[in-house]
Design a protein around this ligand. Structure first.
Ligand code: UDP
Length: 179
C-alpha cells in the first residue's frame, strides 16, 4: 500500500520502474540504536527506540552525508514541509510492515535507509532498493553480537561470512514469501 516506483521484475537482475527525480535525502528509520546513532550520542548498541526514530541525512558523499535538522531541511529547500511530513509517514509505514515481516523471519530490523523520488506528476514515491546493504538485520537465533549480524556490517567490520549471511536472509525471506 505504499506508493513506490516498482512496475515489474523483467529479469532476475532487472526491474521496470517509474522514472522519478530522486530527492537527495537518505531517510533512516531506527528501531534500535546502532551505527552512527551510538557513535554520535553514546547510546548503548541495541537499545530499543520506541517510537522509532526517523532521521534525514543529506545525500552528498563529498559532504559526508550530514545529519540534517528540520531548519536545515527548510533552508536547503530540498523538500517542502508537507513532503517531509509525507515522507516521514511513509517511512514509518514501511517500518511497520518490514519490521513485522522480518520478525516473522526470525530477524530483527535494527535500522534501514530509504530513498524517495518525485514522479513527473509530483507524487512522492518510495524508490531505490531495500537490501542487506541498506538495512541492519540481526539473527534472533544468535546472541553473540558479531554472529547475529546479517548485513553490510559484516563487511564494514571485516567479520567474514558475508555471502553466507546474505544467503541466510534470502532463504528466510523466500521461505516466508512463498505460501
Ligand atoms: N545506510 C545506507 N547508506 C548510507 C548510510 C547508511 O544504506 O550511505 C544505512 C545503514 O546500512 C544502516 C542505516 O542506514 O542500516 C543507518 O546507518 P548509520 O547512520 O548508523 O550509519 P553507519 O553506521 O552505517 O555509517
Amino acid at each position: 500500500g505504499i506508493p513506490n516506483h516498482f512496475i515489474a521484475q523483467v529479469a532476475p537482475n532487472q526491474m521496470h520502474i517509474r522514472r522519478v527525480e530522486i530527492i537527495p535525502l537518505e531517510v533512516v528509520v531506527r528501531n534500535r540504536a546502532a551505527g552512527s546513532l551510538c557513535r554520535q550520542t553514546g547510546l548503548p548498541l541495541g537499545l530499543e527506540l520506541n517510537p522509532p526514530l526517523v532521521e534525514f541525512y543529506l545525500k552528498n558523499d563529498a559532504l559526508g552525508d550530514p545529519l540534517l535538522t528540520g531548519d536545515r531541511l527548510r533552508l536547503l529547500q530540498i523538500a517542502t514541509d508537507e513532503e517531509v511530513a509525507q515522507i516521514t509517514q511513509m517511512a514509518l509505514a514501511v517500518n511497520t510492515h518490514l519490521s513485522r515481516f522480518f520478525a516473522e523471519c526470525g530477524i530483527t530490523l535494527v535500522d534501514f535507509k530509504l530513498e524517495f523520488g518525485r514522479s513527473q506528476r509530483g507524487e512522492i514515491l518510495l524508490a531505490d532498493e531495500i537490501s542487506p546493504d541498506s538495512c541492519r538485520l540481526w539473527n534472533q537465533e544468535e546472541t553473540d553480537p558479531e554472529k547475529r549480524i546479517l548485513d553490510k556490517d559484516r563487511f564494514r567490520q571485516d567479520l567474514g561470512a558475508i555471502e553466507e549471511a546474505y544467503a541466510l536472509v534470502m532463504q528466510r525471506v523466500l521461505a516466508h514469501s512463498i505460501p
